[in-house]
Design a protein around this ligand. Sequence first.
Ligand SMILES: Nc1ncnc2c1ncn2[C@@H]1O[C@H](COP(=O)(O)OP(=O)(O)OP(=O)(O)O)[C@@H](O)[C@H]1O
Ligand SMILES: [Zn+2]
Length: 390
Amino acid sequence: MRYSRQMIMPNVRVNGQIFFKQSKVIIIGAGGLGCPAALYLVCAGIGEITIVDYDKVELSNLHRQILHSEEDLNQAKVDSAYNKLKSINSDVKIIPIHLHANSITIQQLITQNKYDVVVDGSDNVATRYLLNDVCVMNNIPLVSGSALQMEGQLTVYHYKGGPCYRCVFPDPPPPQAVTNCGDGGVLGPVCGTIGTLQALETIKIISGSAGVLSGQLLLFDGSSTTFRNVKLRGRNPKCAICGENPTVTKLIDYEQFCQSSAHDKVINIDILEADEQVEAKEFSKIVSNALVLDVRPEVEYQMCSIPGTINFPYSDIEKGHRMEKLNDLLNDKLTEVEYNVYVLCRRGNDSQRAVSCLKNRFSHIPVKFYNIKGGLHAYSRLVDPQFPVY
Ligand SMILES: Nc1ncnc2c1ncn2[C@@H]1O[C@H](COP(=O)(O)OP(=O)(O)OP(=O)(O)O)[C@@H](O)[C@H]1O
Ligand SMILES: [Zn+2]
């Protein structure tokens, strides 16, 4: 009864459904892509689904990570996903694993279990290379997806002689060229579209259907609702992992290889002297009378800001744009004695960079720039819990 509407299809039939039940799929990431992918695979009656994620549910996840709800905040994503999925289909064996997939942990998982498909629902380049390499080494197809802002991409790597991720992208992109959802934003239905299509490709692979998206890249543009398929280069005989003479013969340190971390958490920088920094608590005592530059992008300033602060985005400061305006602003406020300017951002990284730029640029006037340590996140944590963080 449960599967009747898909079983009567010529693409599935009774045999196909039995294949589903006998299959094992592993999904890395229970986020924007992993949630819809897992949901449809569980509904379809895949026998065993392992979900791996190291993170906890945050409020800023809920607009797109559709397995998690308000009551799951701060819970491990895999536990939240498990509970929802189990309530939808208790016949599927769902294995939640609260773990960061790295060269050691993924190798153990993959060698101990015979997965038919790996679904990449992660959000960072290091994990993409890791999953690619482990899939090639263990001969498992990799269903790969990504989504950012209004756009998404989808393809299947290492499937029936098709190219792997390294065939197409032999070298990782420069770390500064990669934008994550936390900085670039993403629309929920765009993730939903790609995650759902990842489930579809997985089902097609398992049922042995023709038309698996191998050797092609699907480009989805949500702003015009258009899909485009581009042909990818075929398998590269010189590929470092799936080529004729592979140079990568065991899993490596992918964070080092990509020069970026295998998660999208922001790493705090520390580039200023101690006397150029002000703690959030101290700042709260002077904020009402101080000149405060909030260097976040305009849209973020519009979402929430401390009254009386002035928005002057770091992107302008970095490029030296609108400096006359800043000069006027500083001159207006300047008195005979040295004047203090407090620089604020979301987490305290861009504000440090801004202080660094500004003190060089305005070294000719009696002004001293201070960084607010930990930015608005620290302000919300230590001073005003009502101040929204995102
Ligand atoms: N190596 C990894 N091992 C396990 N889980 C991973 C790994 N890399 C990424 N993930 C998980 O993949 C998911 C990706 O989800 P998504 O792209 O929606 O972003 P997010 O990290 O939840 O949110 P945001 O970017 O808004 O902070 C996250 O839940 C993340 O924890
Ligand atoms: Zn390859």
